[in-house]
Design a protein around this ligand. Structure first.
Ligand code: PMP
Length: 375
């Protein structure tokens, strides 16, 4: 029977209690949300929603074609200018997701004969970029600039190092300054994924590369998503103009993909306008995460000290993580549940987001529920 082989896998997942289900979220959820990546509470902001609605009314429901044919509107170019300017880079290219942006950056900057040095805990989209790239990938120990330096030293020719700026599960930050130094020594490029840094790190949320003084350098490229702190959808690559021109001409997830929906571009532009006007939102998200961490630790739970807005709480097993997250939900709290195969064996976590719009009593309640529901 066609696809018969997948049934055994499905049975194994059921036996292990690790079946994934899609749960539609109601527009007005009764749950306290510590699971989403809406770090600044902008996804439902009236100005962001209006930015999307206005763009859809003006430009329609979709981009109508790839960016190089009919899919580039004034909104796309305005968003590219604004993203580059806000984050401190020379140029930007908007794609239909952060995932597509990572595939574009890595595949276009890692041709035949090149080396890609990739952190062991990089996001799946960077890993897939490495898999699709024509160059050779060397995976190195997590957050170890010396390992990057050693790997780069084994190779002559084009090379890049790729790393998340803030790792998505544990919320720890990459040693960007040391990574950039290791790359510069070997004349390699540095590609960083700032999905969890934009809107949270740096002055007013200008991102991790800006905070580290790396934005605008001729050997540094950053990718971002518009779907987390900006409350919209889509992604972008930021970097020197010559790199962006190269991507326009070579990146398959740019060339062969329909342009970002105008509504998403309009929402992202509105979010950036808001962020310029209310820069304190970034620091508030960081403070909420720090507060969550302090209180969880005081309650005897093991949580990773957050470098941005992600707080990761250790569970002893995948089963415990699943049961714990379900018990939180029953008690009115939505938390992320990460376990293999999304993360390596032995790493199961509740993942919490320190959203800028959480109140002190929200934080107190979340910590109490997490403490009380531990299986
Ligand atoms: N990079 C990281 C680190 C992420 O966490 C995510 C989203 N989970 C992405 C890239 C992909 O971004 P998008 O959701 O916009 O495709």
């Amino acid at each position: 029977m066609a696809f018969g082989w997948i049934d055994e896998q499905a049975r194994a997942r059921r036996r292990a209690g690790l079946v994934r289900v899609l749960r539609p979220r109601p527009a007005q959820s009764p749950l306290l949300d510590l699971a989403s990546n809406d770090y600044l509470g902008l996804a439902r902001h009236p100005e962001v929603a209006e930015g999307a609605a206005r763009a859809a009314r003006t430009w329609g429901g979709g981009a109508t074609g790839s960016r190089l044919v009919t899919g580039t509107t004034e909104l796309h170019t305005a968003l590219e200018r604004e993203l580059a300017d806000f984050c401190g880079f020379e140029a930007a290219l908007v794609l239909s997701s952060g995932y597509a942006a990572n595939l574009a950056a890595v595949t276009s900057l890692a041709p035949y004969g090149s080396l890609v040095v990739s952190d062991a805990q990089n996001h799946a989209s960077l890993i897939d970029g490495c898999r699709l790239a024509r160059g050779t990938t060397q995976v190195v120990a997590h957050a170890e600039p010396d390992a990057v330096r050693k790997a780069l030293a084994t190779h002559d020719g084009p090379a890049i190092a790729v790393s998340d700026t803030v790792f998505s599960v544990d919320g720890d930050a990459a040693p960007l300054t040391a990574l950039a130094e290791a790359c510069r020594e070997r004349r390699a490029g540095l590609v960083v994924d700032d999905a969890h840094g934009l809107g949270v790190l740096g002055p007013g949320g200008r991102g991790a590369p800006h905070a580290a003084g790396l934005a605008g350098r001729d050997d540094v490229v950053a990718t971002v998503t518009l779907s987390k702190s900006l409350g919209a959808q889509g992604g972008a690559v930021l970097g020197p103009a010559r790199v962006i021109d190269h991507l326009v001409n070579t990146a398959r997830t740019f060339v062969f993909d329909t342009g970002l929906a105008p509504a998403a571009a309009g929402a992202a532009l509105a979010a950036l306008t808001l962020l310029r006007r209310e820069p304190e939102r970034a620091a508030r998200a960081r403070a909420v995460a720090a507060d969550l961490h302090t209180r969880l630790t005081a309650a005897g739970l093991w949580a990773v000290r957050p470098d941005a807005a992600v707080v990761s709480v250790r569970a002893d097993s995948p089963e415990e993580a699943v049961r714990w997250a379900a018990a939180c939900r029953t008690a009115g709290l939505s938390v992320g549940c990460f376990r293999p195969p999304s993360v390596p064996d032995g790493v199961s976590r509740l993942r919490l987001t320190g959203r800028a719009d959480l109140s002190g009593s929200d934080i107190e309640r979340a910590v109490r529920v997490i403490g009380e529901t531990r299986p």
